[in-house]
Ligand binder design. Structure first.
Ligand SMILES: NC(=O)c1ccc[n+]([C@@H]2O[C@H](COP(=O)([O-])OP(=O)(O)OC[C@H]3O[C@@H](n4cnc5c(N)ncnc54)[C@H](O)[C@@H]3O)[C@@H](O)[C@H]2O)c1
Length: 355
């Protein structure tokens, strides 16, 4: 009765980790020791309340098969951490648009099935929230699914680094339709952006002047290939923009993805370099390497965003949700520091903040 009906656009590594996570944590209750999950309950909903009712992709091996199989089909290479029984949801074929270009076809083939009617499937499935997890450069395709959600009366969560929630025109369309909108570009549980932002905030709080910093990623998932060939400068803009929110002055900051290494599978190495000056102008240098697995890293924030959006639906809210977006996404409509975003979310959950 408490179910949250979710449609997924793009059944890649993040979608796989999200579905596996719902299974993995379904019996976890608040107060239990739950490795990796900070909120068994969020916005009045449990992880177990998340239900997948529709799914869309475009590649062979995913289209036309049960969602439980599609999440492990090539080129997905995320770790398996849950056994998923048949889900009874067949993956439908959406329009390819700019979702897969010729470079991504090194890893996969486009399905020959004809396109399904996305709006009709959304309506028939009873989906309340559509979660967009397309490749990071799929601008046209992301906009297509945002419009399909508008047409079907379904809330939209944009995990992709394309401006939808942070574009006032799209936000207005969702507001006029009476539907919530959240995004853009998921923030990881502990990704390079979050770690970089925290280190910079710590240095600022301790009076260290940050002179320059870079942060570069290398990974082996399909998304790393996409960001290497197509989305490099876009990704760099988003990540550099996110970290610049934490320095109260201008300094040269570069953050982005630098390369694709196939044998790394879904893991990602992030390199951080920070140069600054402390007491008396004494130099300080920080060099760090972090290794994470990409898909699972997006899981907890996606779960919170889904449950926060369901609360907004229950409250009859519409337009861009600034608190949930600032808390869980790198490119929100109202960017702010991480700690302020967390406070906004607490206020939103308590009903003390409207959006
Ligand atoms: N931790 C993370 O992995 C993380 C963090 C931040 C942002 N993101 C963003 O999340 C998104 C998903 O990442 P991922 O690693 O799961 O990517 P992925 O490449 O593994 O998955 C993308 C999926 O979209 C499908 N697709 C392509 N075009 C389509 C279309 N037109 N219609 C339907 N499906 C289509 C692909 O076949 C693939 O299954 C990316 O935009 C990424 O930038 C991920």
């Amino acid at each position: 009765m408490n179910g949250i009906k979710v449609a997924l656009f793009g059944i890649g590594n993040c979608a796989s980790a999200l579905i596996q996570g719902v299974e993995y944590y379904k019996n976890t209750r608040a107060g239990d020791e739950s490795i990796g999950l900070s909120h068994p309950d969020f916005a009045g909903y449990h992880v177990e309340d998340i239900e997948f009712v529709a799914a869309f992709d475009v590649v062979e091996g995913k289209v036309g098969v049960d969602l439980s199989e599609a999440i492990f089909a090539d080129p997905n290479n995320v770790m398996r951490f849950a056994k998923i029984e048949k889900m009874g949801v067949k993956v439908s074929k959406g329009p390819v648009k700019d979702g897969i270009d010729e470079k991504l076809q090194i890893l996969t083939n486009i399905s020959k099935a004809s396109d399904d009617d996305v709006v009709k499937i959304l309506k028939d499935s009873g989906a309340e929230i559509g979660v967009c997890l397309l490749p990071g450069s799929a601008e046209e395709a992301t906009k297509f699914y945002a419009q399909a959600c508008l047409d079907a009366g379904v809330a939209f969560i944009n995990g992709v680094p394309i401006r939808i929630a942070s574009d006032p025109e799209w936000a207005k369309k969702f507001e006029e339709k009476g539907i919530p909108l959240v995004g853009d570009d998921i923030q990881d549980q502990l990704g390079s952006t979050v770690l970089h932002r925290n280190i910079l905030q710590l240095l600022v709080a301790r009076g260290v002047k940050v002179d320059k910093s870079y942060q570069l990623d290398v990974g082996g998932g399909a998304e790393s290939l996409d960001s290497h060939y197509r989305g490099r400068m876009r990704k760099r803009g988003v990540k550099s923009g996110a970290i610049s929110q934490d320095l109260p002055y201008d300094a040269p900051l570069v953050a982005g993805s630098s390369d694709f290494v196939p044998f790394m599978d879904n893991s990602r190495d992030s390199y951080f370099y920070i140069h600054g000056r402390q007491f008396g102008g004494a130099p300080i240098k920080i060099d760090i390497r972090m290794e994470v697995t990409d898909g699972p890293n997006a899981g907890p924030i996606l779960m919170d965003a889904i449950r926060g959006t369901k609360l907004a639906l229950k409250r009859g809210l519409s337009g861009a949700l600034e608190s949930i977006s600032a808390y869980g996404f790198k490119m929100p409509p109202s960017p702010t520091t991480m700690y302020r975003a967390e406070r906004w979310v607490e206020e939103f959950l308590l009903g003390k903040r409207k959006l």
